[in-house]
Design a protein. Structure first.
Length: 234
C-alpha cells in the first residue's frame, strides 16, 4: 500500500522537555478524510507540523506521499510543500494583498505563466465559492470567507494532501459547518484531508475516521466515528 501518511513510532520532545509526541504510529490512505481530536496540548498540532516539516521527530519514521520527511534536506523542503496544503485557525492571509493575490502568491514560486496563473486562481476561487470576491482585501471579508481564501491558497497548486489545524476554531457553528462541507467536497474530488479540531458536533455529524490524541499518544482510531470514544464499540 502506498500510504499518503505513514508514521511509525514518531516521538518529539520540545527543547524545554515537553514530550509532545510519544511513539505515534498512524497510516492514512490516499483519498481518506480523517479528523484528529483530543484535549488541548495532546499533540495534534505538533503531529501536523511533522507532516509539513515545521518540526522534525527525534525518533521514528515518517513518509508523506512517499517522501521521507525527516531525511529531507532543507533545500528539498519545497518539494514536500508542493505535495500538500495547510490551513490554520487564524487564516494567515497577507492583509495588504487582494484575495486573488493571496492565492496567486503560492503559485508564483512555481514559475507558472501569467495566463495560466490567472486561470488557475479563478478556478480555485470558484471551487471555494469566492469567484466574485477576487478583488477584495481580507479585512473586507467575513471570517468564513477569509478561511475560504486560505483554503484556495492551500489548494491552488493541486496538492494530493490537505492539512487543516483547527480551521473552524474562529468561526461560528453555521460557518464552521459550511467550511467542513467544503473540505468534504474537496475530499470527494480526491484530495486526502486531515483535520485537527475541537468541534465535537461537527465530528459527530460527519461519520468519518476519527483519530484520538491524548498526552502525545494515539489512544483511539475509529473508522466512522463520533467525538466521544466511549460511545464507540471497542
Ligand atoms: P494540541 O495541538 O493538541 O493542542 P500541541 O501539539 O500544540 O497540542 O502541543 C503539545 C505539547 O507540546 C503541549 O504540552 C505544548 O505546550 C507543547 N508545545 C507545543 N509547541 C511547543 C513549542 N514550540 N515549544 C515547546 N513546547 C511546545
Ligand atoms: Mg493545536
Amino acid at each position: 500500500m502506498d500510504w499518503m501518511i505513514d508514521a511509525e513510532e514518531v516521538s518529539l520532545t520540545y527543547p524545554k522537555g515537553v514530550q509532545a509526541l510519544d511513539r505515534v504510529t498512524l497510516k492514512v490512505a490516499p483519498g481518506e478524510f480523517a479528523f484528529i481530536v483530543g484535549p488541548t496540548g495532546s499533540g495534534k498540532s505538533t503531529f501536523l507540523k511533522l507532516l509539513y516539516r515545521e518540526e522534525v521527530p527525534d525518533t521514528g519514521r515518517l513518509k508523506v506521499d512517499g517522501i521521507d520527511v525527516p531525511a529531507l534536506r532543507r533545500g528539498h523542503v519545497p518539494f514536500l510543500r508542493r505535495r500538500l496544503g495547510v490551513v490554520f485557525q487564524d487564516f494567515r492571509l497577507l492583509p495588504q494583498r487582494t484575495v486573488e493575490e493571496n492565492v496567486a502568491f503560492a503559485l508564483h514560486v512555481t514559475g507558472a505563466t501569467r495566463r495560466r496563473l490567472r486561470t488557475r486562481v479563478q478556478e480555485v476561487l470558484q471551487e471555494v465559492g469566492l469567484a466574485d470576491r477576487s478583488r477584495a482585501y481580507p479585512h473586507e471579508l467575513s471570517g468564513g470567507e477569509q478561511q475560504r481564501v486560505s483554503l484556495a491558497r492551500a489548494l491552488v497548486h493541486q496538492p494530493p494532501l490537505l492539512l487543516a489545524d483547527e480551521p473552524t476554531g474562529n468561526l461560528d457553528p453555521t460557518t464552521s459547518w459550511e467550511i467542513v462541507q467544503l473540505l468534504s467536497a474537496i475530499n470527494e474530488q480526491g484530495t486526502t484531508v486531515v483535520m485537527a479540531t475541537h468541534a465535537q458536533d461537527m465530528v459527530d455529524r460527519m461519520h468519518r475516521r476519527v483519530i484520538f490524541f491524548e498526552n502525545g499518544q494515539i489512544v483511539g482510531d475509529v473508522k466512522e466515528g463520533g467525538y466521544l470514544r466511549d460511545t464507540q464499540p471497542a
